[in-house]
Design a protein around this ligand. Structure first.
Ligand code: TYM
Length: 417
């Protein structure tokens, strides 16, 4: 059972606002994972056990447990009301509780109401092409940037990917940093307010801050936060200080000391735990976070991950590959069409339904109707897949065009010395 606190935070119809939305109707899709009681340690790897680290997400993700064990806060109906006031209409990813947890978002809003602005900070580890799961927090970041008229710092960690992957080389991770930046720009971020940091190229901007941070974090803290072992290379052990640095770069560049708000999936949270501990010692605000869930892959469970290309949709995939991947996706369908028409299918386990839920059906009524027809056996998996492939390919066609155009303007996003 969910605790009352979590139930309320997830927008149960008993919540204070009495908010009725698609989440109430399709709550099972998310609460199925959220409510389960498990007693094993978070790092246990057996029996489909949950592992959530910045470098690995495995097993069935229990988001309620992550809130408890990471020590974050659930996003409450009260917080949603505050966000709605500032943004006119609640963003779909909040309305559906895809963004479900935070640290100090309330403090950032308190400060904003008192006239203290904030900056946004997020990033990408360029280990390969961008997949549509990465777009989830970036689309939300763009929304917050537009509504609050605020600056974004975007870090491309070609150094991180080089250090953590034995087979990676710097030339390749730097090449992907450029490729991944095109995806960010294609989403519509404007150069006036968007500053892209390429770690290996811009390290001069980060290095003094990184040193201040690194000096104040002990090995024992990083070992317990990140699970480092005796065999971990020392570059990797030092590296978290580099991901911390952009939280504080705004002051260095402008002289203005304001908090950073970081939208990202919850796998990145360990970085912010160590950074928040030392921020006040350096005279900065603690960086705030807003965490999203993982868009699943097209297989059975697990997040979409570049290391599993057959179950991931990359932004550069051509239409026939997209169709093929969708066609092979795991669904909640039955063995035969006749059986499915009779007993219906189960959208709660279906990877295809999640894509509509996260990105490809913005209309709550239409989403609810899709779910109803699926459960009633009126909508078969073939039709649902065909429809999704068409939507995805339409989105990708436009994205790929904008991505090409981004090549002409990418220099405008570099930080000028
Ligand atoms: P990376 O490249 O692993 O992921 C980039 C961003 O995408 C999120 N993400 C997902 N979100 C939803 N569904 C998924 N399936 C999914 N997979 C990944 C990640 O949480 C992340 O927000 N070390 C970082 C790069 C980085 C960064 C940052 C990220 C540097 N500074 C600040 C966030 C905020 C990394 O390797 O991200």
């Amino acid at each position: 059972m969910n605790s009352p606190k979590i139930k309320d935070a997830l927008g149960s119809s008993n919540g204070k606002t009495g908010r009725k939305n698609i989440y109430d109707q399709t709550r099972l899709l998310l609460t199925k994972n959220i409510g389960e009681n498990t007693t094993a340690a978070p790092n246990a790897e057996e029996n489909n056990e949950m592992v959530v680290t910045p470098w690995e997400v495995k097993g069935k993700v229990d988001y309620e447990r992550l809130i408890r064990e990471f020590g974050t806060q659930p996003i409450t109906p009260q917080l949603l009301e505050r966000l709605e006031k500032h943004t006119d209409k609640l963003h779909l990813q909040l309305d559906r509780r895809i963004f479900f947890s935070h640290r100090d978002l309330d403090t950032v809003l308190d400060l904003y109401d008192q006239g203290v602005r904030f900056v946004l900070y997020t990033g990408r580890g360029p280990s390969g092409p961008v997949h549509i799961g990465h777009l989830v927090p970036w689309i939300f970041t763009l929304h917050i940037q537009q509504k609050f008229n605020t600056r974004l710092y975007f870090q491309l960690t070609d150094d991180e990917k080089f250090l953590v992957d034995d087979d990676a080389n710097l030339k390749e991770t730097s090449k992907y940093a450029y490729e991944n930046a095109l995806d960010l720009i294609a989403l519509g971020f404007k150069p006036e307010d968007t500053f892209i940091i390429y770690d290996t190229r811009d390290i001069d901007l980060l290095y003094d801050i990184t040193l201040e941070v690194a000096k104040r974090i002990t090995y024992s803290t990083t070992r317990s936060s990140f699970g480092f072992q005796d065999s971990t290379n020392i570059g990797w052990v030092f590296w978290p200080a580099i991901q911390a640095a952009p939280c504080f770069i705004h002051k260095k560049l402008t002289g203005e000391n304001v908090p950073a708000l970081i939208p990202a999936a919850i796998d990145q949270d360990p970085y912010w735990r160590v950074t928040r501990d030392i921020a006040p010692k350096l005279g900065y605000y603690k960086p705030a976070q807003i965490h999203c869930r993982f868009l699943p892959g097209l297989g059975i469970g697990g997040k979409m991950s570049a290391s599993m290309p057959e179950t991931s949709i990359f932004t550069t995939d051509p239409p026939d590959i997209v169709k093929k991947k969708i066609w092979n996706a795991f669904t909640g369908g039955k063995g035969t069409a006749a059986e499915q028409r009779k007993t219906g299918a189960d959208p709660t386990v279906c990877s295809i339904f999640q894509y509509y839920f996260y990105l490809f059906e913005e209309d709550n009524t239409k989403l609810a109707e899709r779910e109803r027809r699926c459960r009633a056996g009126e909508l078969l998996c073939g039709e649902c897949k065909k429809d999704l492939a068409e939507r995805l390919n339409k989105f990708l066609e436009q994205h790929q065009e904008r991505r090409e155009k981004a090549k002409d303007v990418i220099d405008q996003y570099h930080i000028k010395r």
